[in-house]
Design a protein around this ligand. Structure first.
Ligand code: AMP
Length: 401
């Protein structure tokens, strides 16, 4: 038995879950927000239901990590810090360097810093989280788990854009894909649920949350995915536009007197469900308004669903068929409207949804099928768990050491 911490460090926040492995029991989880600002908020909850919430000033991630660890001791979750034998850190961009999780060394940290060119805010914050934990628990194995790593199996035909080849060679412009930890977890859980070898399955994993991406998984490997050079590509999301004609960029720059970076900011933060509905980025609000007949919300919901459906279609064709379509993340796990809309009309592919199962709230926390017995394709809901996947990777790397 050992204790492993899964960490997701943002620029001003830090989320963690402490696992007992190999049982995968969550001993404690927590969140610190507003790091480096006034009134940082720390909240921790233990397995026994003990809660600790406090508002205090935390100048940086080092202080935040020290605070978390002190609370874990005072809440009796650990007696001493060396009980935590490993920490696993979500790192957004692993470029072409990392095709799997990596034991963090000075070189690996340097590479993560270098890859910040592709994801400036994220990678820098992730590296800061790593350094803070290394300082606080020097005895623990530190592992970096990359959002992009799972997609490194994509063939050139999937990851290259149709632009001059030298831009790929000289600047690394290609599709990297994101949510890899989630898609990887989903592929394995799907195989377990279907009692089949993942290598024998063609899976379409639909991670639909505030950010959303779909992944075509064949032979247990990512064959294609909808996010690209950045997480902006692909589906319509909460506030991200997903695909659009890049020629819109210079046109909007001129019409709205914006810089290129400002236009991209609009595509990242003011588009998607929020942009079309002009109401909310939250699918629940948009669904309610659509059901009340508010036109722009109806449009936002329809476009959101259409993009999912067309991507499912594309990936089924790319894989020469599909065995399982899996929905996960906030929307995928909770919105029957989106699931049934995305599956509607796919009968020609042998996909048949059981609408009663789709609407049912039973067994919400576990993997379940929502397709009919006659359906040739399994439609599943599987709650994603990126944190447990991170903890599993830490154990794998520890065992390889
Ligand atoms: P995530 O990014 O995975 O946390 O997903 C967040 C999104 O899930 C929110 O913006 C909501 O739109 C959506 N969501 C959460 N709960 C529900 C629900 N019960 N029904 C529909 N959508 C939901």
């Amino acid at each position: 038995m050992q204790k492993i911490m899964a960490v997701n460090a943002g620029s001003s926040s830090l989320k963690f879950q402490l696992f007992e492995m190999p049982s995968e029991t969550v001993l404690a989880k927590g969140l610190i927000e507003r790091i480096g600002l006034k009134d940082s908020v720390i909240s921790i909850k233990t397995k026994e239901g003990k809660k600790h919430e406090q508002t205090l000033d935390l100048a940086d991630h080092d202080q935040a990590v020290k605070m978390i660890l002190e609370f874990l001791i005072s809440l009796d979750v650990v007696k001493s810090l060396d009980e935590i034998t490993g920490t696993g850190h979500r790192v957004v961009h692993g470029g072409e360097t990392f095709a799997s999780s990596a034991l963090v060394t000075e070189e690996v940290l340097k590479e993560i810093d270098k890859l910040a060119a592709f994801a400036p805010l994220h990678n820098k914050a992730n590296a800061t989280g790593i350094r803070s934990f290394q300082e606080a628990i020097p005895t623990a194995t530190t592992v970096a788990v990359f959002d992009t790593a799972f997609h490194q199996t994509m063939p050139e035909t999937s990851f290259l854009y149709s632009i001059p080849f030298r831009y790929y060679k000289e600047h690394g412009i290609r599709k990297y894909g994101f949510h890899g930890t989630s898609h990887n977890y989903i592929s394995k859980e799907t195989a377990t649920f279907m009692k089949q070898d993942v290598k024998d399955l063609r899976i379409i994993s639909c991670h639909i949350g505030n950010g959303a991406s779909i992944c075509a998984i064949k032979d247990g490997k990512s064959l294609d995915t909808s996010m690209g050079f950045t997480p902006l590509e692909g589906l319509t999301m909460g506030t991200r536009s997903g695909n659009l004609d890049p020629a819109v960029v210079p046109y909007l720059m001129e019409k709205e007197n914006l810089t290129a970076a400002e236009v991209i900011d609009v595509f990242n933060k003011q588009s998607g469900l929020l942009g079309i509905s002009e109401l909310s980025s939250d699918l629940r609000d948009v669904t309610t308004a659509a059901q009340e007949g508010v036109h722009q919300s109806e449009l936002a919901l329809s476009i959101f669903i259409k993009r999912i459906k067309e991507t499912i279609g594309a990936y089924a064709v790319e894989m020469g068929g599909v065995d399982a379509i899996v929905f996960t993340a906030g929307v995928g796990e909770n919105s029957a409207v989106v699931r049934s809309g995305a599956i509607e009309g796919l009968g020609f592919m042998g996909v048949e949804l059981d609408e009663a199962l789709n609407q049912s709230n039973e067994n919400r926390d576990s993997a379940r099928s929502i397709s009919t017995d006659a359906s040739k394709v399994q439609v599943l809901i599987i709650p994603t768990d990126e944190e447990v996947e991170i903890a599993r990777d830490v154990v794998t790397v520890q065992n390889e050491k």
